[in-house]
Design a protein around this ligand. Structure first.
Ligand code: ADP
Length: 287
């Protein structure tokens, strides 16, 4: 398998690459990750079952889209494919360090620049992708309300029902979403889509990086909301973002709604206490 991957890297980069060492890298939730060291060059490789190649392809295309926007550093996707019943995704290797105040300010400013990248096709993306391992549909839709209602909330609630989830106020919440988003008219922004603290890092040179995106064109507030879901980013991030691209009034209420999508997704992925967390969020949105 490693030889096939090395051959693919050699072809794609037009430079011969041979694996000298490979070692597992911890920290991921969904895939097995490895460092591939060829002496003078190194790559980051994710592995999964062959059937997951679509997930890797969508991640690679999302990284490519962000990379080409030249606003925010992401690991450059090199190649992806299947071999020996495994699927793989090869990315540029990055050395991570510790963020300074400056790095987090840059993270805020760069994310604001990325969010100014828009689409004239509305909300959605050219293909579906995954959020964690959950399928995430992205059909192009003119209205953010329609997109968020159908392709985000209704979709996750359908998956949760199959998993036995119990959300007594689901219908009331779905009926209230038009009011919760009333008067809010976001432009489609290029978003990361899964921007919790584990997917934001800083290189040893101090440059901010975002990883593992679930890219689409959506309301930019979905990214800011998620930075507040599992531990907040440093304050410098928020002040730099706000000066570059101020959030619209009413963000705090929408934040809970947008994060509910991720909490129901966590119920779909991991079960457990995420059901009661989602129910408390629904109750607070309906108060
Ligand atoms: P998963 O898709 O399984 O969630 P991640 O993309 O989150 O995997 O990666 C797992 C870990 O590997 C991250 O926490 C990070 O420390 C490290 N990592 C991710 N991308 C790179 C990279 N391009 N170079 C070096 N290390 C990386």
């Amino acid at each position: 398998m490693w030889t096939d991957i090395a051959t693919h890297i050699s072809h794609t980069t037009d430079t011969p690459f041979q694996v000298k060492h490979h070692r597992p890298v911890g920290g991921g939730c969904i895939n097995q990750a490895y460092a591939l060291d060829g002496g003078d060059r190194a790559f980051f490789v994710k592995l999964n079952q062959a059937s997951q190649i679509g997930m890797f392809e969508a991640e690679a295309l999302g990284l490519k889209q962000i990379y080409q926007s030249q606003t925010m550093r992401v690991p450059r996707p090199i190649c992806w494919g299947t071999t020996d019943s495994r699927s793989y995704l090869v990315l540029e290797w990055l050395n991570f360090g510790y963020g300074t105040h400056q790095s987090w300010e840059d993270m805020g400013r760069n994310l604001a620049a990325m969010h100014r990248v828009s689409s004239d096709r509305g909300f959605g993306w050219d293909q579906s992708n995954t959020i964690g391992a959950t399928p995430q549909p992205n059909p192009w839709t003119q209205s953010w309300l329609d997109f968020f209602l159908e392709h985000r909330m209704a979709h996750q609630f359908r998956l949760a029902a199959r998993r036995g989830g119990h959300f007594p106020q689901q219908a009331a919440l779905m009926a209230a979403i038009p009011d919760l988003l009333a008067g809010h008219d976001p432009q489609p922004s290029l978003v990361h889509g899964d921007l919790w603290s584990g997917n934001a890092s800083v290189t040893v040179e101090g440059e901010p990086v975002i990883l593992d995106p679930a890219t689409y064109f959506g309301d930019r507030e979905v990214d800011i909301a998620m930075t507040e879901l599992f531990g907040r980013f440093p304050n410098e991030f928020y002040s730099a973002y706000q000066s570059a691209y101020p959030l619209d009034p009413g963000y705090d209420r929408r934040k809970t709604l947008y994060n509910l999508y991720h909490v129901i997704n966590h119920f779909n992925l991991f079960g457990g206490g995420y059901e009661s967390q989602a129910n408390s969020m629904i109750a607070s949105l309906l108060r």
